[in-house]
Design a protein around this ligand. Structure first.
Ligand SMILES: *[C@@H]1O[C@H](CO)[C@@H](O)[C@H](O)[C@H]1NC(C)=O
Ligand SMILES: *[C@@H]1O[C@H](CO)[C@@H](O)[C@H](O)[C@H]1NC(C)=O
Ligand SMILES: *[C@@H]1O[C@H](CO)[C@@H](O)[C@H](O)[C@H]1NC(C)=O
Ligand SMILES: *[C@@H]1O[C@H](CO)[C@@H](O)[C@H](O)[C@H]1NC(C)=O
Ligand SMILES: *[C@@H]1O[C@H](CO)[C@@H](O)[C@H](O)[C@H]1NC(C)=O
Ligand SMILES: *[C@@H]1O[C@H](CO)[C@@H](O)[C@H](O)[C@H]1NC(C)=O
Ligand SMILES: *[C@@H]1O[C@H](CO)[C@@H](O)[C@H](O)[C@H]1NC(C)=O
Ligand SMILES: *[C@@H]1O[C@H](CO)[C@@H](O)[C@H](O)[C@H]1NC(C)=O
Ligand SMILES: *[C@@H]1O[C@H](CO)[C@@H](O)[C@H](O)[C@H]1NC(C)=O
Ligand SMILES: *[C@@H]1O[C@H](CO)[C@@H](O)[C@H](O)[C@H]1NC(C)=O
Ligand SMILES: *[C@@H]1O[C@H](CO)[C@@H](O)[C@H](O)[C@H]1NC(C)=O
Ligand SMILES: *[C@@H]1O[C@H](CO)[C@@H](O)[C@H](O)[C@H]1NC(C)=O
Length: 479
């Protein structure tokens, strides 16, 4: 015999179950038209309640003690749309747990203890749009896992042990990928994500971004890859991205990059365009001068005289390349009274100082080099002009050029000044005569040398004849 109140209770619960109006004792249910929200947040639950209304669309199960999920848990909830399971201790999700949840759009599993997801985990959740898996420090994702949910548009994977990037094949709906603080090394997988708009891969282990990585990401607007070990940005890397507006690359190891990493139509001085390379190893030499006309954010790491300067604080002439030089002529001849330019082999940007040491004096060029008076002066190019050459100008010259990045002394350059400047008939005649005399004397000396060389000294000749008796004739000819 059953007591009357128990009977009534049973009937009541049967009624609730039949009309799907039952609410688990530890939850709050709130039905409103087609939406049924069931709130079981923070109730100390260690398992999914068995009596959740079948019409539930939004299920809140955060901050409980649930440790695993299995196929029975949500099988009746065919209209389930949003499922929150954050801050539990879930370490295991059986295959087919979501087999009957084809209406599921959002699944949030942040802050759990997940270890592994496989290609069976999300079977059935065929319309899933948002998946949150952040802060599952030991989570590994097996190959093929995301292939079951190609509908995904937003994927959050930060603070996991995710590294298996060959998981993204064919995920052509993905708009947003957030996976900071993981162990990703290779970003070439991005090229298969044609709808990608925002990508966050900060604090991973990326050391290079291969050319072509972004070639098919036509929608890409924001790239966060700060705090990696990126060393280089290849020319053309971002050039296919027409909608790019935000690139965060701070705290990497980038030393330099060229303007042509971007498309030429990308407006690098527009306030809407953000490119941050703070805390890198940028070498602000003359090749980075183009930064001066952009709003790119960052600091110089070297050379020393601009270390830690913000780009915004650099003037065009602060981007300096130190001196080097190429080959130059080192012997010059000028007639007395004539003009000549002695070249200094200057390769430097910008030229900030120059001086010449000459046989008569040391000349400092005061920049800009406009003072062109006197017999010797420095030209705008840094070369030396000698006008109206005199004998005192004959001798050794050196040039020294520099800027804040360094100084270089080149030389010696020899300048010979010919005494005879313009030749009258008489001097030419005199010159020819003396030349002929010199030639004759030289010829005579030459002949004498030859004669001496073949004229073997007597005692030696004797010896020679003794040793080569048959060669007597030859020895005689040389006599
Ligand atoms: C669920 O209930 C908790 C209190 O138990 C409340 O703080 C929270 O706002 C509720 N969530 C929703 C979505 O109604
Ligand atoms: C699921 O939603 C549909 C459409 O709103 C409704 O017809 C159906 O009864 C719901 N299913 C359950 C089990 O509540
Ligand atoms: C999935 O839900 C439907 C009701 O819509 C039900 O008939 C079916 O048995 C469920 N599937 C499983 C495997 O329980
Ligand atoms: C899932 O992976 C297993 C191997 O781990 C494989 O045998 C199986 O065919 C895969 N299933 C699907 C649906 O890809
Ligand atoms: C990841 O963990 C760090 C600390 O370990 C924390 O500061 C950060 O907020 C976490 N990120 C997310 C998205 O949970
Ligand atoms: C990053 O990769 C290097 C090798 O490329 C490895 O030695 C290092 O442990 C990795 N660091 C992290 C945090 O994964
Ligand atoms: C660029 O973004 C705008 C909106 O931000 C969008 O309307 C446009 O289609 C995008 N262009 C491309 C090529 O994706
Ligand atoms: C910079 O990146 C390193 C790893 O490359 C990380 O350890 C460090 O916390 C980052 N610093 C900042 C200020 O983000
Ligand atoms: C780039 O943007 C700046 C600031 O908005 C603007 O003044 C400049 O005209 C733009 N340049 C081009 C080429 O559109
Ligand atoms: C650029 O990066 C630096 C270093 O991380 C940071 O301090 C700065 O706020 C960033 N700039 C913007 C506009 O976010
Ligand atoms: C700006 O430049 C001045 C010298 O021109 C330098 O003393 C100062 O430290 C620089 N400030 C920054 C933030 O780079
Ligand atoms: C040398 O240069 C000066 C000034 O340019 C000129 O007056 C003079 O005629 C030149 N002399 C010769 C020999 O070309």
């Amino acid at each position: 015999m059953m007591a009357k109140p128990t009977m009534i209770l049973l009937l009541l619960s049967a009624f609730f179950i039949l009309t799907s109006e039952a609410c688990p004792p530890s939850c709050e249910c709130n039905k409103n038209e087609d939406l049924e929200k069931v709130n079981c947040t923070g109730r100390g639950l260690s398992a999914i309640p068995g009596d959740i209304p079948a019409s539930t669309t939004d299920l809140y199960l955060q901050q409980n003690k649930i440790s695993s999920l299995s196929p029975e848990d949500f099988v009746n909830l065919v209209n389930l749309t949003n499922l929150w399971l954050d801050e539990n201790s879930i370490s295991k999700i059986d295959d087919n747990t979501f087999q009957n949840n084809s209406n599921l759009l959002l699944l949030s599993l942040n802050k759990n203890k997940l270890i592994e997801l496989t290609n069976g985990t999300f079977t059935g959740a065929t319309q899933l749009v948002t998946l949150k898996l952040e802060d599952n420090p030991d989570l590994l994702v097996k190959k093929g896992t995301f292939q079951q949910i190609k509908s995904l548009k937003h994927l959050y994977l930060s603070n996991t042990s995710f590294s298996n990037t060959d998981n993204f094949g064919g995920m052509e709906n993905l708009n947003e990928l957030v996976m900071d603080n993981n162990h990703v090394k290779d970003v070439s997988f991005l090229s298969s994500l044609s709808m990608l708009k925002n990508v966050h891969i900060s604090s991973n282990n990326i050391s290079k971004i291969p050319l072509g990585t972004f070639d098919s990401n036509k929608q890409l607007q924001k790239i966060y890859m700060d705090s990696n070990n990126i060393e280089k940005l290849e020319p053309g890397l971002f050039s296919t991205l027409k909608n790019l507006s935000y690139i965060a690359l701070e705290n990497n190891s980038i030393q330099s990059f060229t303007r042509d990493i971007f498309n030429e139509v990308t407006n690098l001085s527009s306030p809407e365009f953000h490119f941050n390379v703070s805390k890198n190893l940028i070498n602000c030499d003359c090749n980075m001068k183009w930064l001066a006309s952009t709003k790119i954010e960052g600091q110089c790491f070297q050379p020393n005289f601009v270390k830690d300067f913000d780009f915004s604080n650099m003037s065009l002439t602060d981007y300096q390349c130190g001196p080097t030089s190429n080959y130059s002529k080192d012997w010059y001849t000028v007639s007395e009274g004539g003009n000549i330019t002695v070249y200094c082999p200057i390769l430097i940007d910008p030229l900030e100082s120059i001086f010449w040491e000459t046989p008569v004096k040391t000349i400092s060029g005061s920049l800009p080099l406009t003072d062109q008076s006197g017999d010797i002066y420095i030209l705008g190019t840094g070369d030396l002009k000698v006008q109206n050459a005199k004998m005192e100008h004959r001798g050794v010259y050196h040039c020294t050029f520099g800027n804040r990045a360094g100084e270089l002394r080149k030389g010696p350059f020899f300048l010979d000044v010919d005494e005879e400047s313009t030749g009258s008939g008489a001097t030419i005649l005199a010159l020819s005569i003396s030349l002929s005399v010199v030639t004759i004397v030289l010829l005579f000396l030459l002949f004498f040398r030859f004669y001496k060389r073949f004229r073997v000294p007597a005692e030696h000749r004797y010896q020679f004849l003794q040793e080569n008796p048959d060669d007597g004739a030859t020895a005689n000819i040389s006599e």
